[in-house]
Write a protein that binds this ligand. Sequence first.
Ligand code: 13P
Ligand code: SF4
Length: 307
Amino acid sequence: WPGQARLISEINRLKRERDAVILAHNYMTPEIFHGVGDYVGDSLGLAKEAARSDAKVIVQAGVHFMAETSKILSPEKTVLIPDLRAGCSLASSITGADVRLIKQRYPGLPVVTYVNTTADVKAETDICCTSANAVQVVEWAAREWGVDRVILIPDEFLARNVAAQTTVGIIAWKGHCEVHKRFTVQDIADMRDAWPDAEVLAHPECPEEILAASDFAGSTAAMTDYVEQRKPKRVVLITECSMASNIKGDVPGVEFVGPCNLCPHMKRITLENIRDCLAHMQFEVTVPQEMLERGRLAVQRMIDLPP
Ligand code: 13P
Ligand code: SF4
């Protein structure tokens, strides 16, 4: 579309003028993902990229907790988000005060926190994890602390899915992703009826019965790798539906079928507000110094774990 092409070239010009990079999550719409994203990927990949980049400005084409993570890892950079209302139901399910209460209740147990949390929660955390490394992080924390249980918050479903893959006991919280909890076992049964040869890939933020009914579970990057390496004839991605649109072009022989659930928070980010963000240097995301330093320990610990 000519309007989109104009916006994309305007954004790419502004990026050079501002010395900015755009970190685009896998759930961005294709025109953002392919048109203006300098780095694309899952939460873990984007966090690492934020730390590595030497640009002066980071534009987070994603949600607020991701921009806070970028700021935590790159305090000297200006971190912008095109729409401050791009939140997350998991991040808003818990506060730093809640974590302090959990720690009082379970003294001596390490706190592992999913990156989908606010900076004040990260500041109360021993080590962060993403869906790509949650089992590894939980087992590392249990070994380091010399305990057989860890606190893994705030995603109840991720916690249950991790618990099914480890002998470490898990103390969970009751947060949910509003997008992934909407998928049902019936959705998968319908897909298998309609396309018996389709492979079903699900995100670990889904309830455990969804993962049990699927062929593979993994982060958004792990799902992409699966499709690119195995090239199934047909695939159902049980996750936010921009994912399929974004990877389709790279695997022309693969047919993507299945239900479509959109994340309303991710969908707040548009080419228009990315252009405005760079044109007016809005909206800056900051984290108070003490919170930032404590949060950085938790995020950096995760990044420093061996692959
Ligand atoms: P990942 O990209 O880390 O799999 O996370 C998915 C998600 O829901 C991010 O908000
Ligand atoms: Fe949060 Fe779920 Fe949206 Fe990801 S998809 S930002 S976890 S609400």
